[in-house]
Design a protein around this ligand. Structure first.
Ligand SMILES: O=C(O)CCC(=O)C(=O)O
Ligand SMILES: [Fe+2]
Length: 203
């Protein structure tokens, strides 16, 4: 039986639904923190497949020193005001805005097709995040992949496993004083879709 069909027989009877928004906070240091809520979104097997099939994914290429290389993941960006591909994602955006007291306006989608896809160490600091405390909320679907965090000045790496339906929110000074990454893995992993909700001018 194909994997996608099998998954939908197990889980497809339940529509996607968000549970209570009661994350656990870990303080990375005095000014940066991470909130984690495993399984915030349930019943999302069909949603994962719908997003994989229907989001207008783009493959990007970027200048890297003197060559142009493929960005190792597929991307799609829903700007402020754009209709999201499923109502439960609009609900997630609205509930995150109410909970964190800052309006999440945009949604970035990343599709990690397999363990060869990744995002290198970076902060979301091409905007307000370079000088202002803000939030970046990540909803993870599909195969589990760890999100790594490390202080910019150097120091130990912390690993947050992100599974199907899990929420992770980076807050405070996290985008300018810490870096995050999704490393490649040689393990055989399936696809993962990450949805990043960001406030105005956080990129
Ligand atoms: O895949 C993720 O959850 C993180 C993606 C990310 O850090 C970014 O697109 O800025
Ligand atoms: Fe990021």
């Amino acid at each position: 039986m194909p994997q996608a069909l099998q998954a939908s027989l197990w889980d497809g009877v339940d529509p996607p639904a968000l549970g209570p928004l009661v994350p656990d906070r870990a303080h990375l240091d005095a000014t940066a923190w991470v909130d984690v809520l495993p399984g915030w979104l349930t019943g999302a097997d069909d949603l994962y497949q719908q997003l994989a099939d229907e989001v207008p994914w783009r493959a990007e290429r970027r200048q890297m020193y003197d060559s142009v290389v493929d960005v190792p993941r597929l991307l799609s960006f829903y700007r402020a005001g754009a209709a999201l591909p499923h109502p439960v994602l609009a609900e997630a955006k609205q509930r995150l805005s109410a909970h964190y007291g800052e309006e999440f306006t945009t949604a970035g989608f990343c599709f990690y097709r397999d363990g060869g896809d990744s995002v290198a160490w970076h902060g979301d600091d091409k905007g307000r995040g370079s000088h202002t405390d803000t939030h970046v909320a990540i909803l993870s679907l599909g195969s589990p992949r760890p999100l790594l965090l490390r202080p910019r000045g150097g120091g130990p790496t912390t690993r947050y496993p992100l599974g199907h339906g899990d929420l992770l929110v980076m807050g405070g000074a996290c985008q300018r004083t810490w870096e995050h990454a999704i490393p490649k893995t040689a393990r055989p992993v399936g696809g993962r879709i990450s949805i990043q909700f960001r406030p105005h001018d956080v990129l």
